[in-house]
Design a binder for this molecule. Structure first.
Ligand SMILES: [Zn+2]
Length: 281
């Protein structure tokens, strides 16, 4: 279908071992126009990290997929690169905690180079979504803080994968960002519940999972959010999270009730402001 408005999925993964370009085709055919493609953890791509520069293999693979997707479908793909918070457990078991921290910070520094070169629009960081020992938690906060410092210097945004969002947790994260000199408006909480008003007050930008109920609740609170599927493209978990056509499908469905204007805000104005990019169809 010919798009009449931009429709952006703010958090999607693509894996050459998964549906990859087929998923992009499905997204585009449903009316999707823009994808924020987030780097997968290295193990999902069969890459083992032993030195910061090993992240180059991960990032180059993500970029290659992005270019291919733009070649074969009429979509614009923005890339977000960084480290996955769960890497800390795997790396510290293998190499010890100090090396894990050093590697992950090094990965973020490398990702920041890609941002400076214009190949990526933001960083990915965060802290574990599951319970961890205090020293792992502190180290994760330290790594996340480093991502904020780098984003501040590069003038880019950071997408966060964290524990389930609570007001308290978000206030804490916004504080860490501010301390590092990064405005919380540049911090995107991926997999956010529809806490639109709370986030607006705290500054953090929510990226809300595009299921029907969450969308209705988010829209009741305002339009300061983005939509995502967190499509993981895992061949072993094909039905996990939401499918690639969910954001365009849900948008079209909701336009009949909420009108088109709110979606110009959600799919164009919001990402343009947060990522400092241009969104056109
Ligand atoms: Zn994800």
């Amino acid at each position: 279908m010919t798009p009449t408005l931009p429709i952006l999925d703010n958090h999607m993964h693509l894996n050459p071992a998964g549906r990859c370009l087929d998923a992009v085709r499905e997204f585009a055919r449903a009316g999707g126009t823009h994808i924020v493609l987030v780097s997968l953890p290295p193990w999902s791509l069969g890459i083992e990290i032993s030195a910061p520069d090993d992240y180059r293999k991960v990032f180059d693979k993500v970029l290659k997929i992005a270019w291919r997707a733009e070649e074969v479908e009429k979509v614009k793909v923005f890339v977000v690169l960084g480290v996955h918070p769960a890497e800390i457990n795997r790396l510290s078991e293998r190499l010890g905690l100090p090396s894990a921290v050093e590697l992950m910070k090094g990965g973020l520094e490398l990702a920041c180079e890609y941002v400076r070169e214009g190949k990526a629009i933001g960083l990915k960081s965060g802290r574990p979504h599951y319970e961890v020992e205090p020293k792992i938690w502190d180290a994760s906060n330290d790594i996340m803080r480093r991502s904020f410092e780098l984003a501040k210097d590069a003038g880019c945004a950071v997408q966060l994968h964290t524990e389930s969002a609570t007001e308290e947790g978000l206030v804490e994260i916004a504080g860490i960002a501010r301390d590092a000199g990064l405005p919380p408006e540049k911090v995107i909480k991926h997999f956010a519940p529809p806490m639109v008003k709370v986030c607006e007050r705290i500054g953090i930008f929510p990226s809300v999972l595009a299921n029907e109920e969450a969308m209705q609740n988010a829209l009741k609170e305002g339009t300061r959010f983005m939509m995502e599927t967190d499509y993981i493209d895992d061949p072993e978990r094909p039905g996990a999270v939401l499918g690639p056509k969910t954001v365009p499908k849900r948008t079209r469905q909701l336009i009949s009730e909420w009108g088109e204007d709110v979606f110009w805000k959600i799919h164009k104005e919001n990402p343009e402001k947060v990522y400092d990019v241009e969104i056109n169809i």
